[in-house]
Design a protein around this ligand. Sequence first.
Ligand code: OFO
Length: 172
Amino acid sequence: MNKRVEKALNDQIKKEASSSQYYLSMASWAESNGLNGTAKFMYTHSDEERFHMLKLFKFVNERGGRAEVPKLEKPPHEFKSLNNVFESLLEHEIGVTVSINNVVDICLQEKDYTTHNFMQWYVSEQLEEEALARTILDKLNLIGTNAGGMYMFDRDMENSLIHVNNENLDTQ
Ligand code: OFO
């Protein structure tokens, strides 16, 4: 595997692993603040990010590279509010999108069209994740500080819109 592409993919493995830790921290905050629906959403989202990490991990090894288990920073532990949680999530996902686009760009520069093709799954996934975070933030902004609305919001998150796709680790 092209060394520059291998390095970019290993950097992305670290980002996906960090995302998983970050959402786990958000789950913990929500659960300890009585927001069980939001906590469930975040646990699921954390699993989804681990799946993103594993999919890259397997791809690197299958293509003759060497996937590395990254050292991770401790994610933020405190959040000011539910809005703050989802604003942080959206901001984080926008950063991940930039990073995915950077991997795609390196693939083109190195003429690695197989990895470029593989990365298109991540490009679509980022579109979905950003759209979902924006929809949730719009809902929260409509609710404002209304306690009843907040209760309903958390209950809706229980049957959340996110779907974990971790049944298939195929890298093809
Ligand atoms: Fe892996 O999509 Fe979010 O970070």
